[in-house]
Design a protein around this ligand. Structure first.
Ligand code: G3P
Length: 217
């Protein structure tokens, strides 16, 4: 499973990238707002750090304007994936931009039919939003499973990018189902390493090491 980090915070991206945890980055206008940075400037900086796909989202809502914005974003670096909303105009822009050889991440996907039609439009990535479905008492994981089945039934090459991941269980379930990629905030990726029995076991070992007077360097 590929790990993308869902942030525009440079320090987090650097730390996780140095650990080999970053196969790509996803951003959106809300994350750009949170970073307080200019979109073109921060996206360029991210692309200089990370070699995998870096999603940068358009803000236009009409196909021609989305295409113009997508081309401008794609010109930042060869590893840009233009992020487009799952609307009819977004699909039109997807078709054109992928036809020009750009990677496209179709975002704000909340149904399997939306994922099906994004694959038909040639999306490189489809981003189903798990947490936001959970927020309205639906099971986001059912959506990931349905998309996996449909894409496998017909051999679609669009990669399932499990997004709006809020917990380590979202990561685990996405991996079980076979999502190609997951994107999560840095804090969720860090939590993947945590287990209370690890902490407890380490505490015991350190106490015993002190009693034994163990010194290694
Ligand atoms: O990857 C999409 C993500 O940024 C949205 O997450 O938590 O705002 O639903 P959230």
């Amino acid at each position: 499973m590929k790990f993308f980090v869902d942030t525009a915070e440079i320090a987090d991206i650097r730390e996780l990238n140095d650990l080999g945890m970053v196969d790509g980055v996803t951003t959106n206008p809300s994350l750009i707002l949170k970073s307080g940075r200019d979109i073109l400037e921060v996206t360029k900086e991210i692309c200089d750090i990370v070699s995998g796909p870096v999603s940068a989202e358009v803000i236009a809502t009409e196909a021609d304007a989305m295409i113009a914005e997508g081309r401008k974003l794609a010109a930042i670096a060869p590893n840009i994936a233009v992020k487009l909303p799952l609307t009819w105009d977004g699909l039109k822009a997807c078709k054109v931009l992928t036809g020009e050889g750009h990677m496209v991440n179709v975002t704000l996907c909340f149904s399997a039919n939306q994922a099906l039609i994004a694959a038909k439009a040639g999306a490189t990535f489809i981003s189903p939003f798990i947490g936001r479905l959970d927020d309205i008492n639906l099971d986001g994981m059912d959506l990931i499973a349905d998309i996996r089945t449909i894409y496998d039934n017909y051999g679609f090459e669009t990669q399932i990018l499990a997004a709006s991941i809020r917990s380590v269980n979202h990561v685990l379930e996405s991996a079980r189902i076979g999502a190609d990629v997951m994107t999560a905030p840095p804090e969720v990726i860090r939590k993947l390493a945590a287990h209370p029995l690890t902490d407890k076991g380490l505490e015991t070992f350190l106490k015993d090491a002190a009693k034994a007077g163990i010194k290694i360097v």
